[in-house]
Design a binder for this molecule. Structure first.
Ligand code: NDP
Length: 391
């Protein structure tokens, strides 16, 4: 029986993971489930799955969690320290599906124990890719990608020699505003940007898809995970979201990974790895699909893509600054304080400022440095926006 813990169990990825676990209850023992504000969901799932412990990230929610778990035999805990302790509990497989940079520390801690880490939390790789991958190598731990594009690349590379790879292309749907006239984007509301044509995801990642900040994060994630230089990684717009990624080899062959847009494929692949097992996802019928379209992304519409290449070239702490500035910009957009089209210039301004102050260079990286950069970049983003200097 595989011992599994799910960090971010109450979220979109977490719930899809639990859906797969529920379908094969005899195959898994649930060690820890963690969540944030949705204590009711966390407690209900922990009870139903017989978890050892349920942890909410927020200390003030502990009494509520305790009350909801009363008599269940499931331990309750809260706070950042409790998340790390949950990562210390012996497990064979951990899903890292907390949203944002808060996912980094528990993932790193799990790797310290050599646990297989299924990584949905792309922020971990964007903020601290070298740190995370070095820890995995040092402990002999496996990191499995859960983002659909990276899972697709991982599958296309099975048994291949990285030296034979010429280029990796990850596909992008183009998000909910892809067909809007360019000049209308200034007026896009969070509700309009938060609608996705193909994928059913959390609200923040859906808005990040419309701005392509999500794709920018994924380009950086590709660079950190597969180690290819930035000029050999790109993205192509593919509105149908059927082809998830392509690996082009030097001999002229291109391997593409195709599948229905359902996160349970990538999650299930990681959950069953190294085996392939049946999954409750629609099977592809290309005759029914009919056509697959591709086009190059317009950088005027998606300036975040240019920023991704800048971050990959810069290395060091640029990823941590980029992610934090992007999260702050997204909060400001959701709160109605900046426009949709202000987000990328704001992030660029933060990167400029921190580079001028020599805050982005790092020969070696520590968790403290990453967290410090995160704080400075968020504060800078808020200050720049408050001064109206981002446009
Ligand atoms: P959701 O917002 O749906 O869920 C996030 C999870 O993190 C919830 O369990 C939430 O708890 C918890 N959480 C929120 N804030 C904190 C915090 N400060 N500390 C600890 N836990 C917290 O996100 P998604 O499931 O959509 O995404 C999770 C990660 O996976 C992200 O990194 C995302 O980029 C990535 N990803 C998501 C995909 C998707 O299809 N959704 C696809 C590929 C990658 P609660 O809800 O209880 O507050």
């Amino acid at each position: 029986m595989r011992r599994v813990s799910i960090f971010g169990a109450t979220g979109s990825i977490g719930q899809n993971t639990l859906d797969l676990i529920r379908r094969a209850p005899d195959a898994y023992h649930v060690v820890a489930l963690t969540g944030g504000a949705n204590v009711e969901r966390l407690a209900a799932d922990a009870r139903a799955l017989g978890a050892e412990i349920a942890v909410t990230a927020f200390e003030d929610r502990l009494p509520e969690l305790r009350a909801a778990l009363d008599g269940s035999g499931v331990d309750a805990a809260a706070g950042a320290g409790a998340l790390l302790e949950a990562a210390d509990r012996p497990a064979d497989w951990i899903m890292s599906a907390i949203v944002g940079s808060a996912g980094l520390a528990p993932g790193l801690r799990a790797l310290r124990h050599g646990t297989t880490l299924a990584l949905a939390n792309k922020e971990s790789l964007v903020c601290a890719g070298p740190l995370l991958m070095a820890e995995a190598r040092a402990q002999g731990a496996t990191v499995l990608p859960v983002d659909s594009e990276h899972s697709a690349v991982f599958q296309a590379l099975r048994g291949e020699d990285m030296n034979a790879v010429d280029k990796i292309t990850i596909t992008a749907s183009g998000g909910g505003l892809r067909d809007w006239p360019l000049e209308a984007l200034d007026g896009a509301t969070p509700a309009q940007a938060g609608t996705h044509p193909n994928w059913d995801m959390g609200r923040r990642i859906t808005i990040d898809s419309a701005s392509m900040f999500n794709k920018a994060m994924e380009l950086i994630e590709t660079h950190e995970f597969f180690g290819l230089p930035p000029d050999r990684i790109d993205t192509v717009i593919h509105p149908q979201s059927i082809v998830h990624a392509l690996v082009r080899f030097r001999d002229g062959a291109t391997m593409a990974h195709l599948g229905a847009p359902d996160m349970r494929h990538a999650i299930g692949f990681a959950l069953n790895w190294p085996e392939r097992r049946d999954l409750p996802v629609a099977l592809l019928d290309l005759a029914e699909t009919g056509r697959l379209d591709f086009r190059a992304p317009d950088l005027a519409r998606y300036p975040a893509l240019r920023l991704a290449h800048r971050v990959m070239e810069a290395g060091g702490l640029a990823g941590a600054a980029f992610n934090a500035a992007k999260e702050a910009a997204l909060d400001l957009f959701i709160d109605g304080r900046i426009r949709f089209t202000d987000m990328a210039p704001l992030v660029a301004t933060v990167l400029d400022r921190l580079a001028t102050e020599d805050r982005l260079e790092a020969a070696t990286m520590t968790l403290d440095m990453v967290q410090q950069t995160d704080r400075v970049a968020r504060d800078t983003a808020r200050a720049v926006a408050a001064q109206g200097r981002h446009a």
